[in-house]
Design a protein around this ligand. Structure first.
Ligand code: P53
Length: 476
């Protein structure tokens, strides 16, 4: 017997910049993803000053979904997808981000893509901003440090809401808006187009940028509902629960604070207000942020309809002997390994029960419908002698996570809308820029060096996932 409701949204997730390619096709502008080079397991992606000839920018061509989407969607239909999560590349619609009028060719591409999906009964699920803002907004305005970003984002949101009013029902505003709370270079750049200068305080910048984004998100929710009251507009968070390393109350408090410092954005977007602990923190730090009374009103009125989140791994944290009274020492310096879990080749801890924990945590705290819009195992796949990829490790990972999802729905009564595994067609990794960090049930013949025919193929996990969807999750 299936534990999942009728109409459960089984699907697959991707993001425009990680699969489309066609980085200059039909008037598209340069996005922040277009100035990030390829890294690997040990080498961070470089953020270059514009596009520099001779460097390797994996997102420029990606897997050329722009040129292959009709055949690809046919394969998605064969897989049985009920929905397809992607994003709209902002730079196809507003190449520089600050134009008055949108680029018609870009709008037409998504019309064609959505028509193709709808032809097979596949529901588009669309993220407005997924690590791909126009690069021009970084060089001219400083990214989300600047409140003018709100107006540019609003224009973009309004144009696409109107254009796809009758084609798209499920939306999300900002992908993993909370990544930047870690304050690393990658998170600040991909979330907010911010490169921290020597005389700037990264933490203060992050709070300001994230605030402007929550205002922009709330305005988008309001405008979207005016354009079509049936729109379901969600937030989207990177969820990785943080556990205390021991039962020492200091570790427990440290873990609680690490969760608060990561998920305050969920308080703002779902409850419509800042948590008290954070307002006190701003005061104590004398941050003097630009947060107006009218902003707070907009935030209150623009809460989201559901919570979308990614789930890959959990974390463990240990307090310092001398934690300050606010427990706000940087999370990254206090992470320890979980002795009861194994890790992926990229060091991500594999924790299926953590997904059930996360579902319960969100559900209790916000009482909103939940949508798992990313989950999966990034792994090196090897072709067998028979030319096929026997990825039983991926099947195991997905099966174990779906089992926990079923328990959350059946035993815990969590209101779960759907499940879209990440990168179900191989694509460019956001964190490392690699092709060989693969998540797909569909193989794409292209490697880290950029070589390959781009030919698509089915891994063993394709047949398995097809069966899972066809049985609404009862045959795992
Ligand atoms: P990659 C880190 C932690 C959690 C989610 O990531 C993350 C990241 C980024 O590394 O990003 C999301 O490709 C993101 C996707 C991304 C996916 O997770 O680094 O929304 O764009 O591709 C997986 O393995």
């Amino acid at each position: 017997m299936t534990k999942f409701p009728k109409g459960f949204l089984w699907g697959g997730a991707v993001a425009a910049h990680q699969l489309e390619g066609g980085w200059q096709a039909d008037g598209k502008g340069i996005s922040i993803a277009d100035v990030m080079t390829a890294g690997d397991n040990n080498t961070a992606r470089e953020i270059t000053d514009g596009v520099i000839p001779g460097k390797n920018y994996p997102n420029h061509d990606a897997i050329d979904f722009y040129g292959h989407y009709r055949d690809d969607v046919k394969l998605f239909a064969e897989l049985g997808l009920k929905c397809f999560r992607t994003s709209i590349a902002w730079t196809r619609i507003f190449p520089n981000g600050d134009e008055d009028e949108p680029n018609e060719a870009g709008l037409q591409f998504y019309d064609d893509l959505f028509d193709e999906l709808l032809k097979y009964g596949i529901e588009p699920v669309i993220t407005l901003s997924h690590f791909e803002m126009p690069y021009h907004l970084v060089t001219e305005y400083g990214g989300w440090r600047n409140s003018r970003m709100i107006e540019f984002f609003e224009r973009f949101a309004e144009v696409v809401f109107k254009r796809y009013r009758d084609k798209v029902k499920y939306w999300m505003t900002f992908n993993e808006i909370n990544n930047q709370t870690g304050l690393n270079e990658w998170g600040l750049f991909t979330n907010s187009g911010i490169l921290v200068k020597d005389d700037e305080d990264a933490e203060k910048l992050m709070y300001q940028a994230a605030h402007y984004e929550t205002v922009a998100s709330a305005l988008a929710v309001k405008i979207g509902h005016q354009i079509n009251p049936d729109f379901q507009i969600g937030a989207m968070f990177a969820m990785g629960p943080t556990y205390p390393a021991t039962s020492n109350p200091k570790d427990v408090m440290k873990a609680e604070r690490a969760m608060q410092a990561n998920y305050w954005l969920a308080d703002v977007q779902c409850k419509g207000k800042y948590p008290n602990w954070l307002l006190r923190y701003f005061d104590r730090k004398h941050f003097d942020l630009d947060i107006s009374a009218s902003d707070l009103q907009i935030i209150k009125e623009g809460t989201v309809d559901y919570i979308g989140f990614s789930y890959y791994a959990s974390h463990v944290i240990k307090a310092d002997d001398q934690e300050p009274v606010d427990f706000m020492t940087p999370t990254k310096n206090h992470e320890v390994q979980n002795p009861s879990l194994t890790r992926s080749d990229w060091g991500w801890e594999i924790d299926p029960i953590g997904l059930r924990y996360a579902l319960n945590w969100f559900s209790d705290r916000y009482d909103l419908p939940l949508f798992i819009v990313e989950n999966g195992l990034g792994a090196f796949d090897k072709k067998n002698a028979d030319g096929k990829i026997h990825d039983d490790y991926r099947i195991d990972y997905l099966r174990q996570h779906i089992e926990q999802m079923a328990l959350a729905v059946d035993i815990d009564g969590v209101d779960l809308m759907g499940y879209t595994p990440w990168g179900f067609i191989d694509l460019v990794s956001a964190g490392t820029g690699q092709m060989d960090k693969r998540y797909g049930v569909i193989y794409v013949d292209k490697n880290d060096a950029g070589e390959g025919t781009l030919k698509r193929g089915k891994k063993d996990s394709f047949d398995w996932f097809q069966k899972v969807i066809a049985t609404n999750g009862s045959d795992l």
